[in-house]
Design a protein around this ligand. Structure first.
Ligand SMILES: CC(C)(COP(=O)(O)OP(=O)(O)OC[C@H]1O[C@@H](n2cnc3c(N)ncnc32)[C@H](O)[C@@H]1OP(=O)(O)O)[C@@H](O)C(=O)NCCC(=O)NCCS
Length: 195
């Protein structure tokens, strides 16, 4: 078994690299513009992602156009534990991976017409395989996301295979682990299947 500590994935359309792989990558984030009024995702990439990367709080991946090397999309992954209530006084936890940030660069989308749903493409072609690879090495049963509270976005995540917990379980998660920056966001998850 060979484990590379420099993850580089290139499928001819996009190349995926860590934010801190090069000084070029660290500067590339300046070109990122978030769409759908989700400025928090742009702020995170430009102001906080590198610190989190260096402290191992989460890993941020830049998805770059294979030819032009323009920044097309980014996502961040980190581990998490999801608490699940069993009875009024008992709970268990599910080991999981959190898709902590996920956004398309609208600057890039405007210039590139070939792939319409760049985010969905990146999710299926890069994020899921990376998540499955991690889950082969470290136990993790769910892939989770805290979705911005918008019906359209929730439906979009459902189309990518995410579902919501019951109202009671959702409240239980929020009362135990909901991160401050994801205030009002909606917890969603999908099982990680290795086969
Ligand atoms: C989420 C995202 C990566 C998906 O990219 P994509 O696969 O290329 O798909 P689209 O950009 O067309 O978005 C899919 C749908 O979700 C909606 N959507 C995306 N982000 C949204 C947001 N922040 N708020 C409300 N709706 C949103 C889009 O309007 C679109 O709806 P439609 O299919 O009815 O037109 C991209 O829309 C994005 O960067 N959004 C802004 C950042 C963000 O909200 N990230 C998610 C944080 S939980």
């Amino acid at each position: 078994m060979i484990l590379s500590d420099q993850l580089i994935i290139d499928n001819g359309d996009f190349v995926v690299e860590h934010l801190d792989d090069s000084s070029e990558n660290r500067h590339l984030v300046d070109s990122f513009v978030s769409g759908n009024n989700a400025q928090g995702l742009e702020l995170y990439l430009k102001n906080f992602a590198l610190d989190d990367e260096i402290s191992n709080e989460s890993r941020t991946y830049l998805v770059k156009d294979s030819l032009s090397k323009a920044l097309a999309c980014y996502f961040s992954l980190r581990t998490c534990l999801v608490p699940i209530a069993l009875t009024k006084s008992l709970f268990t936890t599910v080991a999981a991976i959190e898709l902590a940030n996920f956004a398309v660069n609208e600057n890039y989308r405007k210039k590139q017409r070939a792939i319409k749903k760049i985010g969905a493409y990146v999710f299926l072609v890069f994020i899921l395989p990376i998540v499955k690879h991690i889950a082969k090495l470290v136990g993790a049963r769910w892939l989770c996301i805290y979705a911005l509270p918008d019906e359209k976005l929730i439906r979009y995540y459902e189309s990518l295979g995410f579902t919501r917990l019951s109202k009671e379980q959702e409240e239980f998660v929020y009362s135990h682990v909901k991160p401050k920056y994801d205030k009002s966001c909606i917890f969603m998850y999908q099982p990680i299947t290795l086969k």
